[in-house]
Write a protein that binds this ligand. Structure first.
Ligand code: DQA
Length: 143
């Protein structure tokens, strides 16, 4: 199986940004964790981060015909982006929405998720492990 892991704006700042919310581990640490898990499970992952909405749309479109599923933490675009929702719907790949924190317990403006309607599952508040849980969900592992 091949999975695309997409991360939206400011997630490249993990380890620096609001450590009381997101922890002190870095974005590179997150990528290493995902890659190690993929190796353990015998799957292929392609990891991409962008601060730009259109680049994330492009990455979703490019997954069409290539990936078997998408793991997406759209970060702040979760709460604003109809374009990401439409892109996920357009490619029709099973997608899991992941958030490191639990946006539902934070500010009111984080309660809305536009992408959720195009996702088979949402994992939130499990820290970096949420990405690994999403990988297992999409590959049918139960762990
Ligand atoms: C986030 C939650 C979002 O509300 C926020 O804008 C982020 C990160 C998370 O992973 O917890 O940038 O998606």
């Amino acid at each position: 199986k091949t999975l695309l892991v997409l991360n939206g704006p400011n997630l490249n700042m993990l380890g620096i940004r609001e450590p009381e919310i997101y922890g002190t581990a870095t974005y590179a640490d997150l990528c290493r964790l995902i890659e190690a898990h993929a190796e353990k499970r015998g799957i292929t992952v392609s990891i991409f981060q962008s601060n730009h909405e259109g680049d994330l749309v492009d990455a979703i479109q490019q997954a069409y015909g290539k990936a078997d599923g998408i793991i997406i933490n759209p970060a702040a675009y979760t709460h604003t982006s109809i374009a990401l929702l439409d892109a996920l719907k357009a490619v029709g790949l099973p997608a899991v929405e992941v958030h490191i924190s639990d946006p539902d317990t934070r500010e009111a403006f984080r309660k809305v998720s536009y992408v959720r309607a195009a996702c088979v599952k949402t994992i939130k508040g499990h820290g970096f492990d949420g990405y690994l849980e999403a990988m297992d969900y999409l590959t049918g592992e139960n762990q």
